[in-house]
Design a protein around this ligand. Sequence first.
Ligand code: NI
Length: 231
Amino acid sequence: MPTEPTAAPSTPDREELVYARDALRDRGFAVIPAIVAGERLHGLRAEANFLIREFTESGYRSPDFWHFTPTSSGNDVLYRIHNLERQGAARTADLFRSGPLHTLASHLLGTRAEARVCALVVKMPLHAAAVPWHRDRTDTPAGTACNLSLFLDPSTPDNGCLEFAERSHLCEPEISVDEIREHCPAKLVGALAGDVVAHDVRIAHSSRPNTSARIRRSIVIEFVATRQESR
Ligand code: NI
């Protein structure tokens, strides 16, 4: 792969981080611009391209490559690569192990943060279906676990950007997603390539179909706050 000059590094200034931490705590989500750039972003995009082509062109199938098959076309549509750090992609594995997302997660959660799960979310052009409203999990208090989505492509309403029910991370686990939708305003949240969208795992969220000709890919890593032993 050609080397590129190192682009602007990925350290948001302190004010931006404080704003994002407060937004995540109060609204349940935050956008932190330009966390990954330049050669690192280029490398992650190349690895994602390779894995997607393995599925679409080489016919590779595995329990980690989640897909659906529309009856209309009969063609498999890839939508998620699970256990992404174990698919032989070195830069992606590095991103899961340490680096800018770990630093960001620690700032956002206010303590050391551990990466738990890593996936590539893929919204194929013209074929990706909507993801219905859901909460990732509610078995942990608000502010203790978040998903960071690193966007590899620009994300807009027409290619299926994320949509959040504001402040719904504060709702009790028993409250249904339908009830949440009646009370919490929905916010569409776009992003540029290299941006991170953080959301509390408890927030209700969804995404629309990709009706555009542009692919929308994001690497999603769940981080959990780790307690200090001396507390
Ligand atoms: Ni989700």
